[in-house]
Every structure is written in structure tokens, then in C-alpha cells.
Design a protein around this ligand. Structure first.
Ligand SMILES: [Zn+2]
Length: 171
């Protein structure tokens, strides 16, 4: 498995991926990337030796592509490639939202895996503490105000609740 795929986000990631010309089509099926399309946030960008080799649309991504991009997104998030100060406040909100979403999903996976390793068939679910864990595991939260931290915690808790479908169960 190569390790060059990332989720393609035009705005916050723009300055992360140098000034290379961006491809406009899925390299597997030829579909055109449109920023306003409902699935634009799920497109992947593929690199080889630091050069952009193409976009892959959600329809053409294999499960392996998706996992690889998610893992790389997490690694990139911990780096300093994106110049935080250069982002507008709405871009910062987008970055925080995306980062928290990924951390929340990763936290759920971590707890599921730990339960599987332990041979448990059920996982004790605690969205509030998992939410806090997700936020604390994101390097970008360091230095943020208490207000940002509080809203990040509640965002992460909501995401975990939604992803786990707890609202439906309790409904
Ligand atoms: Zn495609």
C-alpha cells in the first residue's frame, strides 16, 4: 500500500500542497471535481514523490484508499504545514471542524479496537469523555481559547453520538 493519499480540501489544505497545478478530474473515471458538489469533501488527492498525480472521486475510492487518506490526514494535521495565521476565521472553523470530526471517528475506532483486542463483544460508550479525548488528541487545540475548547468538546461529543447512532437507539 502506498501512503500518498489525502482527503482533498481546497481551502484549508491549499497552502499545504505547494503551488502545483491541481487536477480537475477523477483519474479513474474522469468525473469533474466541483467544490460545491455534496461529495466534494470526500475526494482524495494522490501524490507520488511529493507531486500531485491526480484526484480520486468517492465513487472510485476503495476501502483501502479511504483508510489511507484518513491516516495521512491525521499525520498532516499534526504537522505545521498549514499556516494557521494565514487562514480566515471561517477557514479556521472549517479546519477545526474537520480535525475534530476525524479525531472523533478515530477515537471511536480506537475504543472499538481495544474492546476487540480484549475479546469484549460490547463497548462501554461514553460520548462526553470520548469527545474530550478526541479534542485532546488533536495537536491544533493547544493554545486555543477556553471557548474554542468548550465548543470543540461539544462538537466532538455530538459527532460521536451521531456516528454511533445513539440518538436512534435512545429515540
Ligand atoms: Zn471517479
Amino acid at each position: 500500500m502506498n501512503t500518498n493519499k489525502y482527503t482533498y480540501r481546497r481551502k484549508p489544505m491549499g497552502n499545504a500542497f505547494t503551488n502545483q497545478p491541481m487536477p480537475t478530474h477523477c483519474k479513474r473515471c474522469g468525473r469533474t471535481y466541483q467544490e460545491k458538489a455534496h461529495d466534494s469533501g470526500q475526494w482524495n488527492i494522490d501524490f507520488a514523490s511529493g507531486y500531485v498525480t491526480g484526484l480520486i472521486c468517492p465513487r472510485c475510492q476503495t476501502a483501502e484508499d479511504v483508510m489511507e487518506a484518513q491516516a495521512n490526514d491525521l499525520a498532516l494535521e499534526g504537522s505545521t504545514i498549514v499556516e494557521w495565521d494565514s487562514l480566515s476565521s471561517s477557514e479556521k472553523n472549517d479546519v477545526i471542524h474537520d480535525a475534530i470530526y476525524q479525531r472523533a471517528v478515530a477515537t471511536i475506532e480506537k475504543h472499538k479496537k481495544a474492546a476487540q483486542m480484549a475479546g469484549d463483544t460490547h463497548v462501554m460508550v461514553d460520548p462526553a469523555s470520548w469527545g474530550q479525548e478526541a479534542v485532546d488528541s488533536w495537536p491544533g487545540i493547544k493554545g486555543q481559547s477556553a471557548a474554542v475548547r468548550t465548543s470543540a468538546n461539544s462538537l466532538a461529543t455530538d459527532i460521536i453520538t451521531q456516528v454511533l447512532g445513539l440518538n436512534k437507539v435512545r429515540g
